[in-house]
Ligand binder design. Structure first.
Ligand code: ATP
Ligand code: MG
Length: 463
């Protein structure tokens, strides 16, 4: 629970908001308290001033008594003195504290409008206002108004109670708001976490709601996409494994079948030899297949190293031609090379690049008719270098073209198996060309022929 993101975010928010709220509440509280205290004091002074105004008109015994009588019924205490502090009248019994105030009062410098002479409400029992009675510019007497500090304390207590209630309510509301807010932020994260857990547990596809347009929505989208990719990859892997086992099973069936036949009684030596040859061929086919798989696996993991070097393009093409020529002659297919610019250098791994050209030429040969022609052309512009290999063979059906670079993909499975193909050649060629930073494309029309084009950027080779 304490490690939960929602808790951490919530706590952080709470601490910050609490600090801000406390600060604001403190300012509000002190302002209000000061206002209220000032109000009480102003009232006290105003009351005293009213009495002194009355007395200024008539500073006689009956008026004094009248004032004393009035205040004896109120919460306040009034003491009226003469100009030097001798008590003339008091509304209530005089307490020690009152006596002290009257004794220590500064009678000389009392402003005409009076003033608060004791405002320490927290320490003293009374707050006191002094309103001088001034007749013809001369202080005749002083009206001392006493109010219980208790009144001020009561007001402050009330204010504190109200603040406590509002404070508690604010804290509760803050907690609720933060709880909802943090859930709002963390809920999608929790869902994302659950989704990724499901993914790692082996469930392939997860759908996360992707309505949100913010970063969390983006993350949910990415994870949904990732799960789809994962699903596709798993399916592809399964299909690939199924194809591999099928590819391996077929030659193994042949090998076992012919081995059984050889084992039988009464085989002539010629027959045994012929079957042994088939077994050898199938074994070679299997070895080649496994070698190709291995190669592809290494290409996939980008573990193989391309050892690039500067080579003359035409020399590279001629060495491939030398190796392919006999095979073309055997099939009665014409093979032409057009490598007009003899000075073009390429910066490639010659071994790998020959492998690419050999496979494409081999495909052209296998799929050509007797009397057909295969042409290899090398050309270049300032930006790129192009090698095209075209044949007049049977071509590739339109539906098969998009898959032609897929692993183990063959147009006519049984026929190309007869010619020894496993459908890995073009996949390997593509990987090699792309790891040289180049591109390979294939165009084909059923009945007319096929054209494979390799393009290398000029920056990828030197001249
Ligand atoms: N020039 C071509 N004309 C017609 N079909 C072709 C041509 N090149 C390739 N194909 C088709 O594409 C398929 C895939 O070619 P790829 O080179 O990958 O495999 P393969 O030649 O069958 O086997 P491998 O090259 O592994 O020995 C071939 O089986 C063939 O059907
Ligand atoms: Mg091939």
């Amino acid at each position: 629970m304490f490690n939960k993101l929602s808790f951490k975010i919530g706590l952080l928010f709470f601490v910050f908001i609490l600090i801000i709220e406390s600060f604001l509440f403190f300012i509000l509280y002190t302002n209000l308290v000061n206002d209220r205290i000032e109000e009480v004091m102003d009232n006290l002074l105003a009351r005293g001033n009213t009495h002194s105004a009355v007395l200024e008109d008539n500073f006689e015994s009956p008026t004094l008594e009248h004032v004393g009588l009035m205040e004896s019924a109120s919460d306040y205490v009034v003491i009226i003195t003469d100009a030097t502090g001798n008590i003339l009248i008091n509304s209530d019994p005089i307490e020690e504290e009152m006596q002290e105030v009257i004794e220590h009062n500064n009678y000389e410098d009392m402003p005409r409008e009076g003033k608060i002479v004791e405002d320490r409400w927290a320490e003293k029992e009374y707050i006191v206002a002094d309103s001088p009675v001034t007749i013809d510019g001369v202080h005749k007497g002083h009206v001392f108004m006493f109010a219980h500090s208790q009144n001020v304390k009561k007001i402050i207590d009330q204010l504190s109670d109200q603040f406590a209630i509002v404070g508690i309510m604010t804290i509760l509301l803050t907690i609720i708001t933060i709880f909802i807010l943090s859930r709002f932020i963390t809920l999608p994260l929790i869902k994302i976490k659950e989704a990724t857990e499901q993914l790692s547990e082996g469930r392939n596809k997860v759908e996360l709601s992707t309505e949100r347009k913010d970063e969390l929505g983006g993350l949910a989208n990415s994870i949904t996409r990732l799960s789809k990719d994962l699903d596709r990859l798993k399916n592809e892997r399964n299909e690939f494994l199924a194809s591999i086992s099928h590819e391996i099973r077929t030659p193994l069936t042949y090998i076992k079948g012919y081995a059984d036949i050889i084992d039988r009684q009464g085989m002539t030596e010629a027959e045994v030899k012929a079957y042994a040859t088939i077994i050898r061929e199938e074994t070679e086919h299997l070895s080649l297949l496994i070698k190709n798989f291995f190669e592809l696996a290494r290409l996939d993991q980008r573990r193989f190293v391309i050892k690039r070097e500067e080579v003359l393009l035409c020399e590279l093409i001629h060495s491939v031609t030398d190796r392919m020529k006999p095979a073309f002659e055997e099939e009665h297919v014409a093979y032409k090379v057009d490598c007009s610019n003899k000075d073009v250098w390429v910066f490639v791994d010659p071994e790998r690049f020959q492998q690419v050209l050999l496979n494409i030429l081999d495909n052209a040969r296998k799929n050509s008719y007797e009397g057909g022609e295969v042409v290899l052309e090398a050309s270049h512009t300032t930006e790129e270098l192009r090698i095209t290999i075209s044949d007049e063979g049977e071509g590739i059906p339109k539906d098969d073209l998009p898959h032609i670079f897929d692993r183990l993909y063959r147009v006519e499975k049984s026929r190309s198996r007869d010619s020894g193909g496993s459908g890995l050649g073009l996949a390997i060629a593509k990987e090699i060309v792309e790891s040289h930073g180049g591109q390979i494309a294939i165009e084909s029309e059923r009945g007319k022929g096929t054209c494979v084009r390799i393009t290398l950027m000029r920056g990828d080779h030197l001249e």
